[in-house]
Design a binder for this molecule. Structure first.
Ligand code: HEC
Length: 118
């Protein structure tokens, strides 16, 4: 009986510790480095259109956040929560789960390249 309680205690402590680890997940698979310059028109728009605009469209968007135009996406990435939420393991965008590391790496590179449109 005592041993049983000890096991439960260890289990609870384990749960507590694992829930304290950072929510932001790294690009775990270490995708190939991106050598090309990333632009909104060539690379980013397709990712947003395929994964975000069903909810963040022009009409009545979720969270009041429309991700339809270049300036809207740039503003959300530069000044808002777009990048942290796309990399947030516990509260990801899209809500169905984080996108593949290679896809998220494209968004990171877009930021590093200065959020270019073309
Ligand atoms: C199934 C619907 C759905 C999809 C698809 C979706 N979102 Fe969201 N998004 C929401 C909802 C609902 C909220 C508000 C609740 C919350 O913050 O979790 C939200 C909130 C956000 C926020 C926070 C807004 C703020 O003001 O802090 C960001 C940023 C965001 N989404 C970006 C994205 C991006 C980028 C994608 C695509 C990669 C995406 N979302 C895909 C439904 C969605």
């Amino acid at each position: 009986m005592k041993k049983y309680h000890f096991t439960i205690l260890l289990f609870t402590i384990g749960l507590f510790i694992s829930s304290c680890t950072t929510a932001e997940i790294p690009l775990e698979e270490d995708p190939d480095p991106i050598n090309e310059t990333i632009t909104y028109v060539d690379n980013v728009k397709t990712i947003i259109d395929n994964n975000c605009t069903t909810c963040h469209g022009a009409v009545n968007p979720n969270a009041g956040l429309s991700l339809v135009t270049y300036l809207q996406v740039r503003s959300a990435a530069e000044n808002g929560n777009l990048i942290p939420r796309m990399n947030n393991a516990t509260n990801p965008m899209p809500p169905s789960g984080v996108l593949p590391a290679a896809t998220r790496a494209i968004i990171d590179k877009w930021r590093d390249d200065g959020f270019l449109e073309n």
